[in-house]
Design a binder for this molecule. Sequence first.
Ligand code: GEK
Length: 251
Amino acid sequence: MSKSDRFAEPVTDRLFATEREPEDFRFDAAVARVFPDMIRRSVPGYTTIIPMIEVITEQYAQAGSNCYDLGCSLGASTLAMRHGISHNDCTLVGVDNSAAMIERCEHYIALDDHPLAVSLRCEDIQKTELSNASVTTLNFTLQFVPPGQRSSLLRRIAGATRPGGVLILSEKIRFESEDEQDIQTRLHHEFKRANGYSDLEISQKRSAIEQVLIPETLAAHTQRLKDSGFDRVLVWYQCFNFVSMLALKAG
Ligand code: GEK
């Protein structure tokens, strides 16, 4: 099976295609059903970031350690980590608090042919047990945690990370300058149009998600990662207002 086949699902996202009552976005069964299509057509760079998570995991997973995918959804990033781990004594854990996501994730994990066991937890990432970690992934998940609760989660992750371990943090960001914010937002919306979303879909999704997904600046992310106990922070990927960072603990 090729890497892209592992995540393929032929269900097209039409959730916002017709006029609907304004309601906050939730990761429910309807979203879980169309999720692979939704995230691929909505997040610039997602299809590059997933296979790179495998490459990064390959570099940083340590023998006898735990690897965590926090906010694993259907397991695309979990499976990338699984294929990147070369130590058979590692433990891989995927965590998501959406039962609809975890249920479908189990199915995707079972379809995959890698021998490393994956343990799935339907839990809040803010409460889930973390220890002895070498690689932790937050692939577009921290943005859904209320801003006031982000520091305590990152402190817990840094505290659970071994020397030489990493956190892969992918986020939608906002920009200090209003001008850059406008340009990057317009380019993101053009990306969605090019992927077949209508203006109605783009604007209804935007209204549904704006109270739920709170983006912060790159400077805010970097400072908080350092304050939380990571020694080094670098950006390894950016496409418009979507960024992936690597936060490292000194070895
Ligand atoms: C991927 N990483 O495909 N506890 C547990 N899960 C949570 C929490 C929380 N507090 N908050 C949000 N989630 C995946 C994509 S999607 C990103 C991640 C997106 C979960 C939520 O249920 C959802 O499944 C996931 O985080 C975010 O690489 O939809 O833009």
